[in-house]
Design a protein around this ligand. Structure first.
Ligand code: N01
Length: 864
């Protein structure tokens, strides 16, 4: 039973929580309501967390106050009135104190106490928690609600402790405030904390010198009363407003733009930027087009717009240029929100020192020595940031199963399942931990979601007689992979940001928060529960339970595309006539990005097996002659034409530096098997014979194809081997059809939901070939009597493709027959995703390998 008095006697609780910020407070409230005995340990002498410690002048939230407030209690929502659009630190702290009073939270919070260590006792299934007061608390569940930006980064500037005057850390500001009147003040750092405090310090100081190592992008807060439309939207339907926030990407109910910054005129783009600049809001500003964080060109438009604003505000051109960020994409470091930051540099007593040009040698007793100048100060403010996301968690010595500490486990970066738990540490939870949306979202929304998830979890465990819960290694590794995959399709990893741990010397460079959005994240967390706590091991007197698995395996950009397609509710192609299916696929293709520029595109006609066939030639921009790739398009032998894989052919042309000749063939059902392969072989021969005329290198010929086109490419290699040539240097088979057997496991696993379904594949086969013909090696090359003496191959298969296993089988059969073969298995991809050039960035790495393979077929020095 809880004593609730903070006495030194060992005391047992259901749950011990570290931290009494917004997360710890709401968790205490929920756990109490669910009947769990709970003790919260807090280092400060009151509630508030971040807003208790960060009292520097000008400290405000960069999320609007209406959004940055609890939603769990309608009465609390109704009674609290914010005074400004962006609340000040004192007002937010008052709000936290009001919440503590209103729900009588303080009686279960032990203030002025740090947790120093926590050790898991496997036999007793309890955590032993030691505090700075020498107490030992015992609990079944242990929760770190310590915030993401709560441990200041160590000051890593030589001589920092030599300075004889007062020094201040923005994250540990004196409660009584600081009067800089008449003082010569140095501010080191230009992150959010500095950008907010500099204009206020400048109002008091006699001289202010700002030391900047890396400039930040900042937009004006345009603070004032809460915008009337926002207030009205909230007041008229608080529940609906909060529900929209929970299912938004950022935790703020903003309707995101669906338009690319590249798809509008320069004037329209600029007008949109001006409007967003005036309106303010980091989410709205970055989101005024949908690709600022994904497309470098779009990003640079926005970055240059902000640089233009800086130049227009700051009068001294040299200072203005120094304030313009250039070394990372905008938004990949937290965008700052300011009130008169850039204007402050127009004041005569304010100076900017660009540390890239004038580095600090040391801090001295009286000031700062630069390489080329000594400066004297009365006070120094360090606005040097935090050991973000992991710093506070590993600052407690946490020891899990088998004596492994969390510091050891996270030596190469944090590993969590959903940012909520970590394998090897049963019954240990984190609120807004690494791997969750946390700092990329409105923290209050993310805090409420985590608290609700954890409380519901503990209730379910109790109800079902389970005493421990812990993620499996498989589930955790899968989630870490998913977070990295998501980060990799954005520009975020390009910055040396605290999101990457890059601000702390020696910290592993890992993307820390989950970049997939609050909405998707919530869906994943709920799905884990709905699937019987997928990826968690539950244990207790009632028995053991483990549904092991990975919650998100499809590549994130592919997942988003599938979500969008599901919303469109398109009719299945296999319910259409071939003519309608062709019209439909042509209409879909018209929506694609065009693919890269090539040197030249030429359309022509060549003789097929029974009449003329169209071809489209893609010539590299480099000087020729070039090796030649004969390419066969996908489309299940029913759809498509010489130009239907245009973006992919352009991409192959650029990456392989080869001439790509995409040749058409007769389609089913009008021309059934073997018309397509006969045409394919005839086209191959014609191209081989006319290579020089086309600008190709004679004898430097390869084939490539995708899907049914890869089937034709593979069969063409058999026919060339068996019927006197031409000599083929290599075959690139992308998700090939190699066999007519539709019962392989990949057909079972991926029967539905990944665009190429089992029924669509059956529809293609039915149009293409009679059942009796399908086992013919010209239809099912895997069934050929021999695969020996075929050209070297690259076979690419996709994890979520019904055709995966027959592709794997073909690669294995080629290898067994002595053919040099490289099999590339594209993790998390579907049948159609690798050819979606520019639409799905996660496929680019595989296309690069395809380009390398083609070059290697022609003898270039690249590994196959
Ligand atoms: O910290 P930061 P912050 N020598 O890490 C510089 C949130 N927040 O406290 O970039 C010289 O952003 C460092 O330079 P560099 C918000 O999420 C929110 O300002 O490493 N300089 C950088 O300029 C924010 O992102 C609000 O080259 C050194 C600065 O110190 C996060 O907290 C307000 C240095 C640190 O900037 C952190 O913001 C405040 C060295 N040795 C904070 N070491 C709002 O809600 C570091 N620097 C508005």
């Amino acid at each position: 039973m809880a004593s609730g008095n903070g006495s030194s006697a060992p005391t047992e609780f259901d749950v011990v929580v570290v931290g009494a910020g917004f997360a710890g407070m709401y968790l205490l409230h929920r756990l109490r309501g669910a009947g769990f005995t709970t003790r919260v340990i807090e280092a400060a002498d009151d509630v508030g967390g971040t807003w208790y410690w960060n009292r520097y002048p000008g400290a405000r939230c960069d999320i609007q106050s209406v959004d940055y407030s609890f939603s769990f209690d309608p009465d609390l929502q109704a009674e609290w009135q914010w005074t400004e659009k962006y609340a000040t630190q004192p007002e937010i702290l008052r709000y936290a104190q009001h919440v503590a009073d209103r729900f009588d939270l303080r009686r279960d919070i032990q203030f002025g106490t740090r947790v120093e260590a926590a050790v898991w006792d496997a036999a007793a299934e309890r955590w032993h928690v030691r505090t700075s007061r020498g107490e030992e608390l015992v609990c079944r569940h242990y929760v770190m609600a310590t915030g993401c930006l709560s441990v200041p980064k160590e000051i890593d500037i030589d001589g920092a402790d030599r300075f004889q005057g007062p020094t201040y850390l923005t994250g540990r500001w004196p409660h009584e405030g600081v009067d800089f009147t008449g003082k010569r003040v140095a501010v080191i750092g230009t992150g959010s904390s500095a950008i907010q405090s500099i204009p206020i310090i400048a109002q008091q100081a006699a001289q202010l010198t700002v030391f900047q190592r890396t400039p930040n992008f900042s937009i004006p807060a345009n603070n004032g009363p809460i915008p009337a439309d926002k207030l009205e939207a909230f007041r008229s339907d608080p529940a609906g407003y909060r529900a929209a926030a929970r299912m938004s990407s950022s935790g703020v109910p903003v309707v995101p733009s669906e338009q690319s910054a590249l798809m509008v005129s320069d004037d329209e783009r600029l007008a949109r930027y001006e409007e967003a600049w005036e309106r303010g809001g980091i989410i709205e500003f970055l989101g005024c087009f949908n690709d600022h964080l994904a497309n470098p060109v779009a990003n640079e438009y926005l970055a240059e717009f902000v640089r233009g604003k800086i130049r227009s505000i700051v009068r001294d051109p040299e200072t203005a240029e120094a304030l313009c960020p250039r070394t990372y994409p905008i938004g990949t470091k937290r965008l700052c929100v300011d009130s008169n930051y850039y204007e402050t540099f127009n004041l005569p007593h304010v100076r900017l020192v660009d540390l890239r040009r004038h580095p600090i040698v040391t801090i001295t007793e009286t000031g700062v020595d630069l390489v080329d100048e000594s400066l004297e100060f009365d006070a120094i403010v360090f606005a040097t940031g935090f050991d973000a996301m992991t710093g506070a968690i590993v600052s407690v010595d946490i020891t899990g199963r088998d004596g492994i500490t969390l510091k050891q486990k996270w030596a190469d970066g944090p590993k969590t399942y959903l940012g909520l738990m970590t394998a090897g540490f049963p019954n240990f939870f984190m609120i807004t931990g690494p791997g969750s949306p946390s700092v990329l979202s409105n923290m209050i929304v993310s805090i409420e979601q985590h608290v609700d998830w954890i409380t519901d979890c503990l209730v379910r465990l109790r109800d079902r007689g389970m005493t421990t819960i812990e993620p499996t290694e498989t589930a955790e590794a899968g989630w870490v992979q998913h977070v990295n995959d998501f980060a990799d399709i954005t520009l975020m990893p390009q910055a040396n940001s605290w999101y990457m741990g890059a601000n702390v010397p020696g910290k592993p460079r890992v993307f820390l928060p989950y970049p997939g959005g609050v909405d998707r994240y919530r869906v994943a967390c709920d799905e884990v529960v709905a699937r019987g706590y997928l990826g968690f091991r539950l244990h207790g007197p009632a028995g053991d339970q483990c549904h092991d698995g990975v919650i998100r395996r499809v590549q994130p950009d592919v997942m988003i595309m599938l979500e969008l397609m599901a919303q469109l509710d398109l009719p299945p192609m296999d319910t259409m006539s071939p003519a309608d299916a062709r019209a439909f696929s042509t209409a879909m293709a018209a929506q694609r990005p065009p693919g890269p520029e090539v040197g030249e595109i030429v359309d022509g006609v060549l003789p097929g097996a029974a009449g003329d066939l169209a071809y489209r030639l893609y010539r590299p921009a480099t000087p020729g002659p070039h090796p030649v790739v004969v390419y066969f398009h996908g489309g299940g032998w029913v759809l498509g034409g010489a130009d239907s894989d245009d973006p992919f052919c352009r991409d192959l042309c650029v990456r392989s530096d080869a001439l790509v000749v995409s040749v058409d063939y007769r389609h089913a059902p009008e021309a059934r098997f073997p018309a397509a392969v006969d045409d394919g072989f005839a086209a191959l021969r014609w191209v081989a014979d006319h290579a020089e005329d086309l600008g190709g290198l004679p004898g430097q010929l390869a084939v490539a194809g995708w899907s049914a086109g890869a089937n034709i490419a593979a069969v063409a290699c058999h026919l060339a081997r068996d019927h006197g040539g031409p000599r083929i240097a290599g075959q690139l088979l992308v998700t090939p059809v190699t066999d007519c057997d539709l019962s392989r496991p990949s057909y079972e696993e991926n029967a539905d939901g990944y665009i190429l379904t089992r029924s669509l594949m059956a529809w293609f086969w039915d149009h293409y070939a009679d059942p009796a013909d399908r086992t013919d090696p010209k239809a099912s090359p895997l069934r050929a009597a021999s695969l020996a003496d075929l050209p070297p191959a690259m076979v690419v298969t996709c994890e979520f493709d019904p055709l995966r296993d027959e592709g794997v089988a073909y690669a294995q059969a080629l290898a067994a027959a002595g053919v040099p073969v490289r099999h590339v298995a594209a993790r998390g991809h579907i049948h159609t995703s690798l050819t979606a050039v520019d639409a799905l960035p996660s496929g680019a790495a595989y296309r690069e390998q395809m380009g390398e393979a083609l070059r290697s077929f022609f003898g270039a020095a690249v590994p196959v």
